[in-house]
Design a binder for this molecule. Structure first.
Ligand code: ZN
Length: 468
């Protein structure tokens, strides 16, 4: 333990902020629902990753890095993955559908880890893939059937919500009867209660499937997290996280499964949910044309560190609005802070005020406000240590801010010459061509009467100047 810091967290289960006390301070355990790996992570998918990365860093700071276990899963069995593989097969890709499914998940997991790494997210201690825990899922489902909480019907196994009716819905604050009244779903004939959810379902011959007591099939999504958390963290652990869009039905179903299998008081003690992300004040959606992936932003030259900083400016329980303006301001702040801390050693500890802000239900916005004060006071070492605690100003994330050591004077002279010629000929096409090429290479072109100045921006790529 490095400090006497008291961490307070808002627990969705109790709807209160309360002091966090781990079951075992020598092994603080946290589970975060990870992605379904069928495509690139969009910006909203990245928010929980960054939020819970900060919590992970805070827990490591307070309890010691060796005393925290963080699990984030990959859901690598899903209809959407199957659909993308089927599309590829129909487009003529070689291999069986099952092989194409495996290729797709492998590729997507690689993208995901790469993109999240660029946002400065540490890799969790365990990143289980659902397909590696099918045995544990089958065992848990069998146990639930034995205990009267689940039933098999037409190749499916369903969780019997009525068997746990008095507890079901407690996390999200709903009652089973209200849910049934509000449900507009078409009810499968084999369901005893319309709210019963799938633990196991049949698979066709060509799709991924596993042998089970109920025939060849695959697990439902919810049982994956219950089985993997149980295997890697035990029946009861400290923190379960996720976006608040997962609270119902996913987390509610995880609780039902795990508590019925392991005992009423088991499973996660603290539930943390982050709010959703918007773009320029609107919900991100494909139909609004404001849908983009983390990779899209990185590709546009927006550094991962800037994305991370913008995220952390908003408290995780508030909706986060991504705007271009915020990204520009974040970039300017980080550039200033990097200049202030260049070549110096961080202080031994993060500033107490920054640590206190983070310990107060992960008040990252408050922590950033404290860092602005440190910067204003010229406290480079304190700023650097505090920023590192939040996963900012690391060497690994800093490449974008380095001023490229590249002589641009010949290019500036070339543009100046072209402009002088154009003044005579009135043909500005060569000037426009050069300007466009410089901008495409990531340069800012400043033209005035006094001359031409070329300033490298964050995405500057000298290779793109070749041949001009
Ligand atoms: Zn989950």
């Amino acid at each position: 333990m490095t400090s006497n810091t008291v961490i307070k967290l808002h627990n969705t289960k109790t709807r209160k902020k309360s002091e966090f006390t781990p079951i075992d301070a020598n092994n603080v355990r946290m589970y975060l629902c990870g992605p379904t790996v069928y495509d690139r992570a969009h910006l909203g998918n990245a928010r929980p990753v960054v939020v819970f990365d900060v919590l992970y860093r805070l827990l490591r700071q307070v309890y010691g890095a060796a005393h925290v276990t963080y699990v984030r899963n990959f859901t690598d069995v899903d209809d959407k993955i199957n659909a993308t593989a089927l599309e590829r097969k129909e487009a003529g890709a070689p291999g069986t559908l099952e092989q194409l499914v495996a290729e797709r998940t492998e590729e997507t997991i690689g993208w995901y880890l790469n993109d999240m790494g660029k946002l400065g997210a540490l890799e969790p201690d365990h990143m289980p893939r659902a397909t590696q825990y099918i045995g544990q899922m089958v065992a848990m489902i069998e146990d639930l059937i034995t205990k009267g909480h689940a039933y098999a019907a037409e190749g499916h196994v369903l969780f019997a919500v009525d068997s746990w009716k008095q507890h079901y819905g407690a996390l999200s604050g709903r009652s089973v009867d209200d849910m049934i009244a509000g449900a507009r779903v078409e009810v499968a004939p084999y369901k005893k209660n319309p709210m019963d959810f799938v633990l196991w379902k049949p698979s066709t011959d060509e799709l991924p499937g596993w042998d089970s007591p109920w025939g060849r099939g695959r697990p439902g999504w919810h049982i994956e997290c219950s089985a993997m958390a149980q295997e890697l963290l035990g029946a009861t652990f400290d923190i379960h996280g996720g976006g608040n869009d997962l609270m119902f039905p996913h987390h509610e179903n995880e609780i039902a499964q795990s508590c019925c299998a392991n005992g009423d008081d088991s499973f996660a003690r603290y539930w943390l949910h982050n709010e959703m992300l918007q773009v320029e004040g609107k919900k991100m959606s494909k139909s609004l044309g404001n849908f983009f992936t983390v990779h899209d932003l990185l590709d546009q030259g927006i550094p991962g560190e800037v994305i991370r900083f913008v995220f952390l400016q908003t408290h995780y329980r508030k909706p986060m609005d991504w705007t271009e303006k915020k990204a520009k301001e974040a970039e300017a702040t980080l550039r200033k802070w990097r200049a202030l801390t260049a070549g110096i050693e961080p202080a031994a500890n993060a500033a107490a005020a920054v640590l206190d802000a983070l310990a107060d239900d992960l008040n990252t916005a408050g922590a950033i406000a404290e860092m602005h004060k440190l910067a204003a006071a010229g406290d480079g070492p304190g700023l650097l240590a505090s920023a590192r605690l939040m996963g900012l100003l690391s060497d690994a994330l800093g490449e974008w801010a380095e001023t490229p050591d590249f002589d641009l004077s010949a290019y500036a002279a070339q543009l100046l010459e072209a402009r002088e010629a154009a003044m005579q000929s009135k043909d500005f096409s060569q000037v426009d061509r050069l300007k466009a090429a410089f901008v495409a290479a990531g340069l800012e072109v400043r033209m005035s009467k006094a001359g031409v100045e070329l300033v490298p921006g964050p995405g500057f790529d000298a290779a793109k100047l070749e041949g001009l």
